[in-house]
Write a protein that binds this ligand. Structure first.
Ligand code: MRU
Length: 364
């Protein structure tokens, strides 16, 4: 994606040295575009844990590069396994983290120690490049859903999205936002309702920033406004991303997704989930029972970050002293509430059969 005319991915190897890893610090957006340089694996762990990088596909790519950095320190099998399990513990819900590390370990276990560093960078680059290609394909497959509504409507297509499943959450393109960018680039008139997505405000801070940079008309709304807008025919479809999808089509995504899906069902608004196959956990079938839900610090709920009119970045308290706060970071939307999945291989029903038809090699 372009920022002020320059093409960026969210993660890349610094061409100046060929090994250090560059990321966009998402905790500074939308106020500052700050590029960080990671030189050791622990920094990759911290970047994932503190959400300097976030979004399931980007978490996977960052962990892959984090393992490549670990190998520079110690290429022994024991050190690699240790570094991988440490990186895997950074965030529990996004399946791409385990998927990317599993893929890296498979490659490295089958590579002689002296060749492991080069193999790790090559595999991490492949994971990043494939993510870009998959999300580009999701954009192509999701486009007809928007185009079909545009064809029978006299107003811009109103799409609601939750959290940030744009290019910042992936290596490029995004998942839920990929069809939106494509539709916009094809001059389909659309408008995006952006859930602010408390407590961390990924919608207000990141999705709104991305869409704005790309020139896509959008409006930030309080998380609780979506149901009202759906009741009043102000939402034509919802598209969200996912952190983990079961083989039966249950979807874990940012907390609040489930409530939007319930409201969408009540108002007959199509509710689509854009998901690359790297987010599908084929080993589980019951989202509520089997998907680990990250519980984050209560301080994320009890405080809010922003910029003062003078330009300082501050964090202020929004909860009385002494009150408890709880912060489950994801919820599970049962497959029955999902209209369909948009994958890199096309769209399908959120069912075991629908997914198996698109990915037969996973269910043999
Ligand atoms: O906690 P976050 O910001 O990492 O959560 C991100 C989401 O919930 C996204 O919707 C999901 O990772 C899909 S990203 C393409």
């Amino acid at each position: 994606m372009r920022i002020d005319g320059t093409h960026y991915r969210t993660i890349w190897v610094d061409p100046a040295d060929g090994w250090s890893v560059r990321i966009i610090d998402q905790t500074r957006l939308p106020w500052q575009l700050e590029i960080l340089r990671l030189v050791e694996s622990e920094q990759a762990f911290t970047a994932i844990r503190t959400m300097q990088v976030r979004g399931a596909p980007l978490i996977g790519a960052a962990a892959a590069y984090g393992l490549a950095l670990a190998l520079r320190e110690d290429p022994s099998t024991e050190a690699i396994e240790r570094a991988a399990s440490h990186l895997a513990s950074a965030r529990p819900t996004a399946y791409n983290l385990a998927w990317a590390l599993g893929r890296m370990l498979h490659r490295l276990r089958n590579t002689a120690p002296g060749e492991r560093a080069a193999a790790a960078y090559a595999e991490a680059a492949a994971i990043a490049d494939e993510d870009v290609a998959q999300n580009e394909a999701i954009g192509r497959h999701g486009l007809p859903l928007i185009a079909a509504i545009a064809a029978r409507s006299t107003r811009p297509v109103n799409v609601l999205t939750h959290c940030n499943a744009g290019w910042l959450a992936t290596v490029d393109w995004g998942t839920a936002l990929a069809p939106i960018y494509r539709a916009h680039d094809q001059a389909i008139a659309l408008h995006v309702w952006v859930d602010e997505t408390r407590p961390r405000n990924q919608g207000a801070a990141l999705t709104a920033w991305e869409l704005g940079r790309h020139g896509v008309p959008h409006t930030v709304i309080a998380d609780n406004a979506g149901g009202h807008l759906m009741q009043h025919d102000q939402v034509d479809l919802a598209i969200v991303g996912a952190d983990r999808v079961t083989r039966t089509g249950d979807v874990a995504n940012k907390i609040g997704t489930y409530l939007k899906a319930l409201a969408a069902r009540e108002s007959a608004v199509p509710f689509w989930v854009a998901v690359p196959s790297s987010t599908i956990d084929w080993s589980i079938s019951d989202g509520l029972a089997d998907i680990p839900i990250e519980e984050r610090e209560a301080a994320e709920v009890a405080t809010i970050a922003g910029r003062t009119p003078e330009g300082s970045l501050v964090r202020v308290s929004v909860v009385p002293e002494g009150s408890c706060a709880a912060n489950p970071a994801f919820d599970v939307t049962p497959a029955r509430l999902v209209t369909g999945l948009i994958t890199e291989r096309g769209t399908c029903l959120a069912t075991a059969e629908g997914l198996a038809a698109l990915f037969p090699e996973q269910v043999l």
